[in-house]
Design a protein around this ligand. Structure first.
Ligand code: PLP
Length: 399
């Protein structure tokens, strides 16, 4: 029988989800999955933060009704998310030039922004870092954009190819949309220095590029405020920009889809018009955001007591990742690894480009039960005191 779906091809598997399937099917007892993009605690569990738990209990006790939210989401959530990015006392915010809408995670924020930008700049190209979070390309292509890359990672130095990056941005025509990871670059863990950011921002301004800052790991680098320094640098230069932010990682609320899209416009009137268009994009896609995760985050952001608790818990996650980086370097050395891994200490956030080749990653999986992405990306936040020896031993052996 011929059907409507005869010509439908099987889409390629998501490479990371495919890796997870392979990991789940592995029956070896000591297997370790470093292919994930999630923070695990030292017991290997996704934590439920104390601040989140308190806000959830308060919500249940209040027996709140579940009516529709406004299209742009919860006002307190949007204000809180915006303040984390550009500061509570930002003159831009006071001038009414900044707007924020609740979004379905950082991904949803990118997609709303991409759909709006595509209408606004139908002939523009999008540039993403080489390499980048694997969904950036697909997401902007799906929105209709042609997507290219700017140089970013330098495998030889295991650091930033700053000259290449700057040259690519200088060569980009006006109105090119440039997606920049504002902190804790995924997948490499390599960030520009603040001085380099100043030069990047100057080129963005000079060339009239459209910055789209993606900040999915705020708080995992140096701290909430410190990690927003790049956003504030761009804001101080009076650049109009897009910012997608995510609370998935910082609140350990992956499944609640808590993100935000913030836009800095040229005037209050512009901001009003842009928001009205973003609301149209949202309304015709999913109408309005869900209540639960947004309410929890909003409660925490707007309660001094819960905010302090959250910041402390986030700090503990950050410190644990740093400790894992330090121990990984030491233990690879102890196990006789032939390469110095101290570059891992310079990288920031949840990930590290380990420099392992795809063949070494295969051996690590087959011979040591340690799963990593074929690019060599490992999730440092999935290391713990129970698995780090095995991982270090495995890496030392395949080097
Ligand atoms: N942007 C980057 C760079 C990411 O690494 C991620 C998640 O892995 C996202 C956006 C998406 O975040 P969310 O899970 O909140 O949609």
């Amino acid at each position: 029988m011929s059907t409507l779906f005869d010509s439908v091809e099987l889409a390629p598997r998501d490479p990371i989800l495919g890796l997870n399937e392979q990991y789940n099917a592995d029956t070896r007892p000591g297997k370790v999955n470093l292919g994930v993009g999630v923070y695990y605690d030292d017991q290997g569990r996704i934590p439920l933060l104390g601040a989140v738990r308190k806000a959830e209990i308060a919500r249940i006790e209040a027996a709140a009704a579940r009516g529709y939210l406004p299209i742009e989401g919860i006002a307190g959530y949007n204000q809180g998310a915006q303040a984390l990015l550009i500061g509570k006392d930002s003159p831009l915010a006071a001038a009414g030039r900044v707007l924020t809408t609740q979004a379905l995670g950082g991904t949803g924020a990118l997609k709303i922004g991409a759909d709006f930008l595509r209408q606004l700049l139908p002939t523009s190209k999008v540039l993403i870092s080489d390499p980048s979070w694997e969904n950036h390309r697909a997401l902007f292509e799906r929105a209709g954009f042609e997507v290219g890359t700017y140089a970013y990672y330098d495998a030889a130095t295991r650091g930033l190819n700053f000259d290449g990056m700057l040259a690519a941005l200088k060569a980009a025509p006006a109105n090119t949309v440039v997606v920049l990871h504002a902190c804790c670059h995924n997948p490499t863990g390599v960030d520009p220095t603040f001085d380099q950011w100043k030069q990047i921002a100057a080129v963005v301004k000079e060339n009239k590029l459209v910055p789209f800052l993606d900040i999915a790991y705020q708080g995992f680098g140096e701290g909430l405020r410190e990690d927003a320094a790049v956003v504030r640098l761009f804001a101080d230069l009076d650049l109009t920009m897009f910012i997608s932010s995510s609370f998935s990682k910082s609140f350990s609320l992956y499944g609640e889809r808590v993100g935000a899209l913030t836009v800095v416009a040229g005037s209050k009137d512009e901001a009003t018009r842009v928001l009205s268009q973003l609301k149209r994009v949202i309304r015709t896609n999913y109408s309005n955001p869900p209540t639960h995760g947004g309410t929890i985050v909003s409660t925490v952001l707007n309660s001094p007591e819960l905010f302090a608790m959250w910041e402390e818990e986030l700090g503990a996650m950050r410190d644990r990742i740093r400790l894992m980086r330090k121990q990984l370097v030491e233990k690879i050395k102890e196990h006789g690894g032939k390469q110095d891994f101290s570059f891992v200490l310079q990288q920031r956030g949840m990930f590290s480009y380990s420099g392992l080749t795809s063949a070494q990653v295969d051996r690590l999986r087959e011979e040591h039960g340690v799963y990593a992405v074929s690019s060599g990306r490992i999730c440092v936040a999935a290391l713990n005191s129970g698995n780090i020896d095995q991982v270090a031993k495995g890496i030392a052996a395949v080097l």
